[in-house]
Design a protein around this ligand. Structure first.
Ligand code: AMP
Length: 603
């Protein structure tokens, strides 16, 4: 298997996809990327959603765009607006480190005027559903004369939906010399006709057998201390605002406990286990089937009676005792050609089990990083924006009220109104996560949950411990999450403190370890240093500074109990995406430090 680098993917794109967790190319990417990067060969790829095809065409197309030319150079056609938004979103993520690259989703059911405005401002990539694109062509608001790359995604689906003529018309407007790529799950006659008419000696690629349930499932584990399992669960649920999944617990009691906590914390959850009567179980299952419940907390046995095809996630709240059960649990997602993710929240001692499961399912797990508060805010915010875009407006119902609303907001520009709508949600979220405690990822070598005491030479490696020292009198010993691996030495560390802390600070003892370091500063300066340095970046890595445990006179930053709130208040997570309104002023207690976590764009 080749790496993305060996396939010729540029460094700035690799950086973005690495942050998204793409370590190695998926088969379709390995096959397709070299053709698109290499020459002008047309490609027909028989592959389905979930095989990684968006990146297969997206990465090379992004790489080949001439940023300086502010005209449409790539056209991606797809059947539905959901897919259109998904592709455009993925391309934006992949191009995080390409400045001035503009991708425009163009689809029916949303304001054509705003799409025309964006086209006038200039875009390089258009992702479109055929019908809306034809509208724009007819209004002469889109110029396809510079298009060099055309992708037809889910071509068979487009034809099923009656877009054959539209596709014909669109392709006749695109220059002859373009490179064309067609993705389809099947190869009906109509597709063959299109390929014959519009493609030149296309290369045909077939990616495995489609719709193999388990192949559509991504396996991810998050390793946390036992005490943080529930907080981690909430963060994961918050990070996927549209999650629709089953959370598997081992016992009936745990199932009920977790469901109760989630409900109390404002999540749309319920429980399913053997202590409920059959009538109760039927009722819960029915609510879940019709999506009235987003998160179902269940035991393995009780969930057997439930047949639902569209789960986005399965969450293992701890791994099952019987490893075979893992296969059954994870097989509940990624069905019917859809993709799914099987998430396991595990304790360090379960690492061995992960390896055993990998052998049985013949697939590697990815290790996930608990999303930071910022990443969650960003995700939730864009979900809000998405909902604003897609909301069905009931014109009749609100037409009477609208004139007075328009009058009231008349003094505000459109941009101001958008800012205010977004701020309504965003302020609350950012306040909520700002001061939350972090969720540590225990080191593989030693976890405080382990009963075994570390060997002496490992003792100073346990995260954030003071490295076995206490600070000089009047000084606080601070932990910083960079060390020798990051090329840090005492001089560079002092340089960083000077760079990031506005006033001069005396630095006492410095201890550089492999992956982290300690340094001492006067007590009075400790909080200032922590505040100024945390969240800064050093060689692309987010810095985290806090008082080393047991190592200083200052209080640990973001320590529990800091806000005078009760434990249960502070542990409360944010409400579900559509229900953020009524959050109390309580502070959560789970602030994670995801490496390279992205800053919200609307800060
Ligand atoms: P797609 O078929 O493009 O919808 O991709 C299916 C899923 O696989 C999406 O969640 C992608 O983010 C993910 N994905 C695509 N390529 C890779 C990769 N190389 N490594 C890990 N995940 C990937």
């Amino acid at each position: 298997m080749k790496t993305f680098e060996e396939l010729g993917v540029a460094a700035n794109i690799r950086k973005a996809i690495e942050e998204m967790g793409y370590e190695n190319p998926m088969p379709v990417q390995e096959e397709v990327i070299p053709y698109l990067l290499g020459d002008t060969t047309d490609v027909i790829a028989l592959a389905q959603t979930g095989t990684g095809k968006t990146a297969a065409f997206g990465l090379p197309v992004l790489q080949k765009i001439e940023i300086k030319e502010n005209v449409p150079q790539a056209l991606i056609l797809c059947p539905t607006r959901e897919l259109c938004l998904q592709i455009a979103g993925d391309l934006s993520d992949y191009s995080k480190y390409i400045d001035n690259l503009r991708v425009l989703p163009v689809y029916g059911g949303s304001s054509i005027e705003s799409q025309i405005k964006s086209l006038k401002r200039g875009v390089q990539i258009i992702v479109a559903t055929p019908g809306r694109l034809i509208d724009l062509i007819n209004r002469k608001t889109v110029d396809l004369s510079n298009v060099k790359y055309v992708v037809l995604d889910e071509a068979d689906e487009m034809l099923n939906m009656g877009f054959t003529e539209s596709i014909d018309e669109i392709l006749s407007k695109v220059p002859q010399g373009r490179q064309m790529l067609l993705f389809s799950a099947t190869m009906p006659k109509e597709i063959a006709k299109i390929t014959k008419k519009y493609m030149q000696s296309p290369k045909e690629i077939t990616i495995g057998r489609k719709n193999e349930g388990s192949n559509n499932v991504k396996h991810v584990y998050y390793m946390v201390h036992a005490k943080d399992k529930y907080l981690a669960l909430k963060r994961i649920a918050d990070y996927y605002p549209n999650i629709y999944g089953i959370i598997f617990c081992r016992t009936r009691r745990e199932t009920q406990e977790i469901a109760d906590k989630l409900i109390q914390d404002g999540y749309n959850a319920d429980s399913l286990h053997g202590d409920l009567s059959q009538a109760q179980r039927d009722y819960v299952m029915q609510k879940f089937r019709i999506h009235n419940i987003q998160l179902l907390v269940a035991t393995d046995v009780a969930a057997r009676g439930l047949d639902v095809d569209s789960l986005t996630h399965v969450i293992n709240y701890g791994l099952p005792d019987d490893i075979e059960s893992y296969t059954h649990r994870s097989g509940r997602t990624g069905r019917a050609g859809k993709t799914g993710t099987s998430i396991s929240i595990v304790h360090v001692k379960e690492k061995g089990k992960i390896r055993e499961i990998e052998k049985i399912i013949n697939k590697k797990f990815e290790q996930g990083a608990i999303p930071s508060g910022e990443a969650i805010c960003e995700k939730q915010l864009f979900n809000l924006v998405d909902r604003i875009e897609k909301v069905k407006v009931n014109e009749d119902e609100i037409s009477n009220l609208l004139p007075s609303v328009y009058r009231k907001l008349d003094w505000l520009e459109k941009e101001d109104i958008i800012k205010r709508v977004v701020a309504l949600e965003f302020n609350r979220l950012i306040d909520y996560y700002r001061d939350a405690d972090e969720i540590e990822t225990p080191s593989d070598r030693f976890s405080r949950d382990d009963k075994s005491y570390p060997r002496r030479k490992d003792r100073d490696r346990s995260d954030r411990s003071s490295g076995g020292r206490t600070a000089e009198k009047g000084y606080s010993r601070l932990f910083i999450n960079i060390g020798r691996t990051d090329n840090v030495n005492p001089a560079t560390l002092m340089g960083l403190v000077n760079d990031f802390v506005p006033e001069k600070v005396n630095i006492g003892r410095i201890d550089i370890m492999q992956n982290f370091s300690f340094f001492e500063v006067p007590d009075r300066d400790a909080q200032k240093v922590i505040k100024s340095m945390s969240r800064q970046e050093q060689n692309g890595r987010r810095i985290s500074v806090e008082v080393a445990q047991g190592g200083g006179s200052g209080e640990r930053s973001g320590s529990r109990g800091g806000f005078g709130a009760s434990r249960s208040d502070r542990d409360r997570g944010p409400r579900r995406n559509s229900d953020f309104k009524s959050r109390s002023s309580s502070k959560p207690s789970d602030k994670s430090q995801r490496k390279g976590g992205r800053k919200p764009k609307f800060s």
